[in-house]
Design a protein around this ligand. Structure first.
Ligand code: SDX
Length: 443
């Protein structure tokens, strides 16, 4: 492909790259589209019609699936922006409700906008009472992510007044309901797993305070939310809110592209996030640290991570996009120290082990050459464990926080006038046409 810096310029002013098929001798002009930041794209939407060929990109390592204004990631710089604001600024100076408004509406809210938005979320935190029966159908030892997939999917059976996705007002109500009800469902999944009664939300608490209250309060005594833990929880939610076109967000976009019920689309996102290569890594990191057990065993596990014949990978390390550092991991590393200090757990052996593992891995040529750095999942589990959450709840908290990102990306997709149903093609490597063989003639 001839794409010199001076890219060919069509008479129309459209920049193009030339694709030459040396087998057929044919050349094709591909329009070049520039975003506001990040890599430009070769527009291949008409490639099949023009050439009869597909592009091939399993895992979408070089494919832009959509246009988006919401989140920008520069993997080389370790940069993460939400509507232009750095994740560091938002984690330091904003709160999760403001970030939700920003992701949904494109701007930080003024005072009245924030008050109105917080009220809209607060007054949607309760569940329809019939929802409680879904929890009772699970075994007590069900993984809470299985409960989340089931309960959020069940929401699609409840809100017939907010599922006409062509109505902007109904899209916004569905968005508010999902953001508001996720903490309630997450807390109920935890309560069900430990055999304690469900705690209903309170309208006098902030979003993070309410979640901690619903999770850890019991009817037998008063529960006062620690402001430090609430702040740490809120910051963890901010750090997990959105992340461009990751696997679970792409799942939500593809599910939503068929016009499916928004609650069902978010349930699909939860299912995708559960995987250990994605959001399930935070639970896997803690289990890995517990398996390593002591600093003297770190070299043994690093060797296993390098061994192609060993399926073991260093959980919490590596990223499809970040090839320098994950800015969220840096903020979480600092938060880990603050929270553990506040909880009087400064000498948490897991944090000590994690920091030593990070130090050794980042001086190992394998990890340096493959640009494998701690990602968002490496430190989050240490904080969440110190806050009292079982490791089975870590990915639930990731899903809780990521719901606003999924919803914002779903809304952007629905509102995109160029939106079409997602329907990838394939490189077929199977049998050509062959005659049916009756069973009595088969080997
Ligand atoms: C999240 O996409 C997002 O934005 C996701 C996320 C979000 O906010 O939505 O950021 C959240 O999912 C973070 C990632 C959490 N997952 C883990 O921590 C699991 C461990 N990491 C790996 O599974 C892996 O790094 C991935 C899945 C995260 C990234 O996979 P890629 O980009 O497809 O990389 P790869 O599998 O092609 O690996 C490249 C090379 C391979 O070696 P070679 O084939 O080149 O010889 O690096 C190796 C891999 O074997 N490698 C690792 C490794 N990660 C990659 N080797 C050891 N340990 C690891 N963790």
């Amino acid at each position: 492909m001839n794409d010199s810096k001076g890219a060919a310029q069509q008479a129309s002013g459209q920049k193009t790259a030339t694709l030459t098929d040396h087998e057929t001798g044919e050349s094709y002009e591909l329009p070049i589209l520039d975003g506001n930041m990040g890599p430009r794209v070769y527009d291949v939407r008409k490639l099949y019609a023009q050439t009869g060929a597909f592009t091939y990109d399993p895992g979408f390592t070089s494919t832009a699936s959509c246009k988006s204004d919401i989140t920008f990631i520069d993997g080389e710089k370790g940069q993460l922006l939400h509507r232009g604001y750095t994740i560091q600024d938002l984690a330091e100076n904003s709160d999760f409700m403001e970030v939700c408004y920003l992701l949904l509406h494109g701007e930080l809210p003024n005072r009245s906008e924030k008050t109105e938005f917080e009220s809209a979320i607060t007054y949607h935190t309760m569940l329809h009472e019939q929802m409680l029966y879904f929890f009772r159908g699970f075994r007590r030892d069900a993984h809470p992510m299985a409960v989340m997939v089931g309960a959020v999917g069940a929401l699609s059976a409840f809100y017939h007044d907010s599922t006409d996705i062509t109505d902007p007002h109904q899209r916004m109500i569905a968005s508010h309901r999902l953001i508001a009800k996720m903490p309630t469902i997450a807390a109920m999944a935890y309560k069900f797993s430990v055999g304690q009664p469900f705690i209903y939300p309170r309208n006098d608490l902030s979003y993070a305070e309410n979640f901690l209250y619903m999770t850890f309060a019991v009817p037998a005594e008063e529960y006062v939310v620690s402001p430090t833990l609430a702040r740490a929880m809120d910051r963890i939610f901010i750090l997990h809110a959105d992340h461009e076109q990751n696997a679970s967000t792409s799942t939500v976009r593809i599910a939503g592209s068929s016009g499916a019920n928004p609650f069902a689309c978010i349930a699909a996102g939860i299912a995708s996030l559960w995987g250990p290569a994605h959001g399930g890594a935070n639970q896997a990191v803690l289990e890995m640290l517990q398996q390593i057990g002591s600093k003297d065993r770190i070299p043994e596990f690093l060797e296993r991570a390098k061994d192609k014949d060993d399926p073991f990978r260093l959980m919490g390390f590596g990223h499809r996009v970040y090839k320098n550092h994950d800015p969220r991991a840096q903020v979480l590393r600092e938060s880990a120290h603050e929270v553990l200090d506040e909880l009087g757990k400064r000498d948490d052996p897991l944090l000590d082990l994690a920091m030593e593992l990070e130090r050794i891995a980042l001086s190992d040529s394998y990890f340096v050459e493959k640009k494998l750095f701690p990602n968002v999942d490496f430190y989050s589990g240490i904080i969440l464990k110190a806050m009292g959450f079982p490791s089975s709840m870590f990915t639930v908290l990731f899903a809780l926080a990521r719901t606003v990102g999924w919803v914002a990306q779903w809304k952007e997709m629905i509102e995109d006038p160029g939106q079409k149903i997602s329907r990838p093609r394939q490189l077929y490597t199977g049998y050509g046409p062959r005659d049916f063989v009756p069973q009595d003639q088969r080997d």
